[in-house]
Design a protein around this ligand. Structure first.
Ligand SMILES: [Zn+2]
Length: 455
């Protein structure tokens, strides 16, 4: 079933031709390289840790198979290799001395660095995963920080991905938990796509939807087993992550796998939340927290009758472009991020007529949309339990956020990406302020956070 799904996904994918997941998959690396690259020379790129856990073995296997290789490019063992543009330049310069195709042996950051560097050098690349920590292996684009601003830089996905379950099982447990958090985010990402679809903003592509959402329930269903080191649960997680990346590749957009929960994560990321930790606070932990936050908002929203809004009153209160821009500038003052947030927000800011039209459409579609969203979503409390069972933090304070900063994220995260999500739906129906207030009021889902009582 899983193999079939991956085969179907590869047929839709534009860059990736082969994916090998399994125990001992490293043994197939030379064969895979031959199948997708012919006899082009190769160069292994790794950091000190990933060289030890897999890179050295990859190098040996390539040599044993008679492949031409350049001396491996291993980052010096002085700390964590962050997905920063300086590291992209470093790898690209290394590639300048020969014409070998890089083989990235590592997890999310190293993969993103090599993905972009290979693209800048005009070459394809191969990915050998060392942790089930993100869905980015098979995704197009690389999340790289440049000039203090995290952005998705354009670049093709790898020609092939090799994920050896034995290697992945040996990764630190927090990395697997992080992958779980990233994958669980597809619950709310899917809900946001349904909202955008219902409002005519961005239609759902059923085939791509199935790639990301089809395997999701099975992949997130056994967090306890995953945390206990169960190989089958790990394999389901890896498949879910790989398929999610392939869905983004097929859609040439992260829409299938990224909604408001990622906007929460991206904002915290750009503001450097947890960057001073060693290891730095992971992407998946932030996405997991964002997923709970967004699901809790959906719960409040779905209790409202958005078919019975006073559209005229909402239209009258709707900010014009200058007012909207001023609100973004008040919420975002960090250099770089401020201009980016203005551009992103204004790209989706509608005029009152369009808003009126959209709210009329919403009134018409709301009952059907409520049913679809209830089918798609899980209760916020359930999501919190799942994350905890997988070993992810589930309280804002554990991420290093104050209650006030966490609460403000509901308003600020909406502004940093033009993608239409539940945050926009709440803002455009004039309910965002009130719904967030409910979440933090006594008896609300985040009442404990408002008290500052949570650990
Ligand atoms: Zn993600």
């Amino acid at each position: 079933m899983a193999d079939e799904r991956i085969r179907a996904a590869l047929a839709e994918a534009t860059d990736t031709e082969q994916v090998v997941i399994g125990e001992g998959a490293l043994g197939a690396v030379a064969e895979v390289a031959g199948a997708v690259l012919g006899d082009r020379p190769l160069v292994v790129v790794a950091d000190a840790t990933t060289w030890r856990v897999a890179g050295e073995q990859v190098q040996r296997r390539l040599e044993a198979a008679g492949r031409a290789t350049e001396p491996p490019d291993v980052f010096p063992p002085d700390g964590f290799v962050l997905a920063e543009y300086g590291n992209v330049e470093r790898v690209r310069q290394g590639l300048g001395g020969h014409d070998a195709v890089p083989v990235a042996v590592g997890s999310g950051s190293l993969n993103d660095i090599v993905k972009r560097a290979a693209h800048e050098a005009g070459r394809p690349y191969l990915a050998v995963a060392t942790a089930a920590s993100v869905d980015g292996y098979t995704a197009f684009g690389a999340a790289i920080t440049k000039d203090g601003h995290k952005r998705t830089m354009t670049c093709p996905a790898p020609r092939a991905v090799v994920a050896d379950l034995e290697v992945l099982a040996g990764a630190p447990p927090e990395m697997t938990a992080s992958g779980y958090g990233d994958l669980l985010g597809k619950v709310t990402a899917g809900a946001d796509w349904l909202v955008a679809d219902a409002l005519g903003v961005e239609p759902v592509d059923p085939r791509v939807w199935e790639l990301a959402q089809g395997p999701l329930r099975a992949a997130v269903g056994r967090p306890e087993a995953l945390a206990a080191g169960d190989r089958d649960a790990l394999e389901r997680l890896v498949e879910g992550l790989v398929l999610s990346g392939l869905a983004m590749q097929a859609h040439a957009s992260s829409r299938p796998a990224s909604g408001a929960e990622h906007q929460f994560s991206h904002l915290w990321e750009m503001e450097g939340l947890g960057h001073d930790r060693r290891p730095p606070l992971s992407h998946g932990f932030k996405v997991g927290m964002g997923t709970v936050a967004v699901a809790a908002l959906y719960e409040r929203l779905l209790d409202r009758d958005l078919a019975a809004l006073d559209v005229e009153a909402i239209r009258r209160a709707w900010p014009g472009p200058e007012e909207a821009e001023a609100a973004v500038r008040a919420a975002h003052t960090a250099p770089g991020l401020d201009e980016a947030a203005v551009a992103e927000t204004m790209a989706k800011h509608v005029d009152p007529d369009t808003l009126g039209w959209r709210l009329a459409l919403l009134a018409d579609r709301w009952p059907g949309l409520v049913d679809r969203l209830r089918d798609q979503l899980l209760p916020a409390e359930r999501l919190r339990e799942l994350l905890a069972a997988a070993g992810c933090p589930t309280r804002p304070s554990r991420l290093g956020l104050t209650a006030a900063a966490f609460r403000a994220t509901y308003h600020r995260a909406r502004m940093i990406r033009r993608r239409y999500t539940v945050l926009d739906l709440a803002a455009e129906t004039g309910t965002l302020e009130e719904l967030v207030g409910e979440l933090f009021a006594p008896g609300g889902f985040f009442a404990d956070e408002a008290d500052g009582a949570a650990q």
